[in-house]
Design a protein around this ligand. Structure first.
Ligand code: NAD
Ligand code: MG
Length: 297
């Protein structure tokens, strides 16, 4: 019997696959059909992050935007980092942060270039005064059918953006992370079940998972926690500028136990939990938000 106060998770968001669509690079969320749901109209805060200061890399769109909106509505000031070409998405996210009554700013940086991640951290720190929530979420994903199509330039860039930039940012951040601060990385189910078309991307995801566990140990003496989120198939811009092979969008997410793709907003509560005091006894963990796919190291 259906109860009015219960929502069936299979039917809470779009259940069909997604239409093939042209996209420029980087893909801009504002031009997607349908638009991802980052909680713009739905996320409600309860003051869990009052007085906190967050930097979210790749926070203009998708999962990063969902975390940024939720952090702001929970009372944090938020800087979102973005890539050139994503100005429209970044400005929209800053507007949403300000509408939540918090300070917000967007800072551009291309992590393919060494030194950019540390520059972005310094600029964010200048604006926020302190940083006690660091979300390392930016990544590039380009699917290739064969090794011959995978250039070494792509391999280098994917490692530079997805993992090496994390080292850079953490090194810059270390002296500024006070006890109580939280580091949150975004990894992927690809870390645990790597696919044959995402050789470089999946390898960086495994590195991100491993780094997170190391960071939890390294920072434990300082009272800083480090955890990771492993999304499954989530409807974001990442899928559009080469993240998927042609024809894959039509069935995107249909193989999950929920038989649908997830929306970025469905990850927001996990980022809030990991950022807040609610997770005071949680460090070195990886949280799967996968629609059912099991994750295991
Ligand atoms: P997204 O495209 O909305 O966000 C990724 C962001 O990464 C971009 O907005 C961009 O700002 C940033 N980025 C890309 N190239 C960059 C570069 N060269 N320099 C600096 N920043 C760059 O997509 P998303 O799905 O929200 O991705 C967020 C995170 O989630 C990524 O780490 C991704 O690997 C991970 N993830 C996503 C899925 C999914 O199905 N969407 C699944 C597993 C993991
Ligand atoms: Mg984006």
């Amino acid at each position: 019997m259906a109860q009015e106060n219960l929502k069936d998770p299979r039917h809470m968001y779009r259940e069909e696959g997604y239409p093939e669509q042209e996209s420029k690079s980087p893909a801009v969320q504002a031009e997607m059909t349908p638009l991802p749901d980052c909680g713009e109209a739905s996320y409600q805060g309860t003051g869990k992050l009052k007085g906190r200061h967050a930097l979210v890399t790749g926070g203009d769109s998708g999962i990063g935007r969902a975390a940024a909106i939720a952090f702001a509505r929970e009372g944090a000031d938020v800087v979102v980092h973005y890539l050139a070409g994503e100005e429209a998405d970044a400005e929209e996210t800053v507007k949403l942060i300000e509408e939540a009554g918090q300070r917000g700013k967007a800072i551009q940086g291309d992590f393919r270039q060494a030194g950019e991640a540390s520059r972005v951290f310094k600029k964010a720190l200048d604006f926020l005064g302190e940083i006690d929530i660091l979300v390392l979420n930016a990544a590039q994903q380009f699917a290739r059918k064969s090794l011959s199509e995978l250039s070494m330039e792509q391999v280098n860039d994917t490692f530079q953006v997805n993992i090496i930039s994390m080292f850079e940012m953490i090194k810059e951040a270390e002296p500024h992370l006070a006890a109580g601060s939280s580091i949150i990385t975004t990894t992927s189910v690809q870390s645990f079940e790597p696919s044959e078309t995402l050789l470089d991307y999946a390898a960086t995801n495994s590195a991100v998972s491993s780094l997170t566990v190391s960071l939890a140990k390294y920072f434990s003496d300082k009272g800083v926690r480090a955890n990771s989120v492993a999304p499954g198939p989530i409807w974001t811009a990442l899928q559009l500028d080469g993240g998927k092979l042609p024809g894959e969008l039509e069935k995107f997410g249909q193989n999950s136990l929920m038989k649908r793709a997830g929306q970025p907003v469905e990850l927001a509560p996990v980022y809030v939990f990991l950022a807040s005091e609610d997770s005071s006894y949680v460090t070195g963990q990886i949280y799967g938000v996968t629609g059912g796919q099991n994750i295991d190291l």
